[in-house]
Design a protein around this ligand. Sequence first.
Ligand SMILES: Nc1ncnc2c1ncn2[C@@H]1O[C@H](COP(=O)(O)OP(=O)(O)O)[C@@H](O)[C@H]1O
Ligand SMILES: [Mg+2]
Length: 387
Amino acid sequence: MRAGTAERSRLAVTRLQLTNFRSYAAGALCVSGTSVVLAGPNGAGKTNVLDAISLLSPGRGLRGAKLAEHTRKGPSLVGGSTSEETLWAVAATVARGGTEYEIGTGLTQASASRQVRLNGVAAQSSADLGDIVQLIWLTPAMDRLFIESAGGRRRFLDRLVLGFDSSHARTTTRYETAMRERARLLKFGPRDPAWLDGLENEMAEAGLLIAQARSLTVERLSQALAERGGAGAFPAASLGLSDDLHLWDAGKLRGALAASRLRDAEAGRTLVGPHTTDLHVRHTLKRADARDCSTGEQKALLISIMLADARELSRAREGLAPILLLDEIAAHLDAVRRAALFEEIDSLAAQAWMTGTDLSLFDTAKAEILEVRDGVFYPQAPNVSTR
Ligand SMILES: Nc1ncnc2c1ncn2[C@@H]1O[C@H](COP(=O)(O)OP(=O)(O)O)[C@@H](O)[C@H]1O
Ligand SMILES: [Mg+2]
């Protein structure tokens, strides 16, 4: 490893090992901690690597896939017939400031949730990873973020929140667990008022924390975006929430839930609460909703938000910028914006993992280049010195 002083203040993945993970029977790579370009033809397994890295943070990862979908289809390398049999595993070394963490996650046959190990010790849930790894991703699937349903925007927002507030993952789980339980009671009974009261109380408390955390993040990023204005290659944007739940108190939310029982039972879903909140994004200069902007403008807006988030996170965490997973990012940008993005990443000292089929799009990126072929990573001579 070449981790010099410049890499000391980075948050970076320096080692990654994939076992039975999607197209990888056994894949392994080591990098220095600077940014990485994964190059290779379609289907080489580039996005699979980003997906694996995204599982080093709480939640379901960049594809939002079900856990079992990560299991490699085809001959399995991991044998044995114990109930602990591993279906897939991702192991990584993460450098954070001057400290190294060994993170392992995976699925075993014996368990329905994904297992997480931190420095060899079993963690309670993937939520525990939120304190160590902050990361944010942009994928081609997110090109439609502004025109598709609110759920995608909400998940995007929640990832932004998670960077600032690692308890957000646990609060969200708390809220969703209570909401599911309440929906089950409303559907199948018994509609025991005391039981429903208890669940609505839980939902109101957790729900309010969720709404407040989102509002703080939206304000913080809006301010950061406004301060920067239209300077730089990416457009100014403003963010807003579709409701004012963050201004409610728990009693009001509890009351609204109780009043909504019959309607919710009829609708078969919960009609009020932070799980219905949408994120609004506006292109400041054009005075237009993001959804009315061109595909290219929408991508640029997303990058603006991501960079503002990275700068704010870095400011809040002693210069530790989040890890950026940028799938097929260069293909969408003209040369000026490409160069500007690489420069921003470099000045943030963020570790970006970027994928592409065309290496020439990365000539100005300060990054290690790994060519991905048949599940193996081949280091390439860099175009630009990686120091
Ligand atoms: N669970 C799985 N088992 C085996 N192969 C998989 C699994 N999931 C995805 N793949 C394969 O992984 C290959 C590489 O996918 P991907 O990482 O998206 O490629 P790209 O390099 O274009 O980003 C695809 O051919 C896909 O069929
Ligand atoms: Mg891909």
